[in-house]
Design a protein. Sequence first.
Lengths: 204, 204
Amino acid sequence: MKDQKEIVRELNQKKIMEAAEFVFAQYGFKGATTDKISKQAELPKANIHYYYKTKENLYREVLESILNEWMDAAKAFDDFDEPRAALTKYVESKMSYSRTRPLASKVWANEIIHGAPVVGTFLETTLKQWLEDRIKVIRGWIESGKINPVDPRAFIYLIWSVTQHYADFERQIEILNQGEKFTDEEFEQKTQQVVQFVLASVGL
Amino acid sequence: MKDQKEIVRELNQKKIMEAAEFVFAQYGFKGATTDKISKQAELPKANIHYYYKTKENLYREVLESILNEWMDAAKAFDDFDEPRAALTKYVESKMSYSRTRPLASKVWANEIIHGAPVVGTFLETTLKQWLEDRIKVIRGWIESGKINPVDPRAFIYLIWSVTQHYADFERQIEILNQGEKFTDEEFEQKTQQVVQFVLASVGL
DNA sequence: GTCTATACGTTGATAGAC
DNA sequence: GTCTATCAACGTATAGAC
């Protein structure tokens, strides 16, 4: 059984993590202050330091939770053997992530733009391995003539960039879309269009 | 004739602008300090404030110079009437920009991710107009059956995202590419692959 | 475990000598 | 026009009362 204190602890940590993701996405690591995060979390500033010791520590935890989700979404690539179904599922999964977790995507983009000081090791190990395994799958599709011969690496970057664009450049897209955010229907249409682009780019 | 002082002034401003772009790209607006910029420019900190008054002012000037270049690159879209030539030229132009000016692209991405506080007005006016004019061109291509029917907006976003990815996510790409930066030949190959993806996505 | 009050470092900006 | 010395504001982190 969880006692009262443990429940409070988990609740507070959840509030802090959500607030931190919000503030880190909006202001970047340096621009985010523990004061802003504490106000967003509706907790005193000292509590932030009580739970996470340092701001950098908190940032690391936020990134870690993001990459766990990222790896989950990546699994969609392997749900089907045939390229059309596998790619459709993967792109839909990535677009859904951009829709529901744009803040997470922005924190991630920010971290990479600034040279991946914290997640560098993850990129070198886990992500690199994931990519190389998927490259093998794509090469298999090419060799069996199921898709056009393309550079598998460049193809994966195409998928990542176009799907993440809808999260990271949300604000630009909103302004160019008559100042209105996408409705759910509009976003679903964009998702299907992105799926078509990705399939067409390898001849499907 | 320019006198000595004017020459020194221009030289110093150039040094400061380059240093500022470098530091803003690497650390973001908040993370960039006037101290870091001055050291990068090899000038005393007070000179930064003498020439640009405030850090925000300097940031605005950097963004302005970037969007001027951006608009220049955008002209490549109109060099040819036929979709194949026009799109090839435009994508090559964008990829070349990502290769030669990755710092500028990163500063821009950072600004958008954080909600476009400074360039919001530009997006609402100049960029919106540019986009709508190009959408008309794309619709023309679709109506005359030259390319497949696609959502023109989503298509432009595809081009922007995939080309800018090579600048903004440079570090991630480098790590995934066995820790090596692209050679000129490799980048040229990626460029041609991106051109093929973009053309294929509309049936060319 | 929680929070107020505060110490200490950093940073943007400027005054004033040269 | 240039630069050293300095200040005021802010931000991270913690001590210590509750």
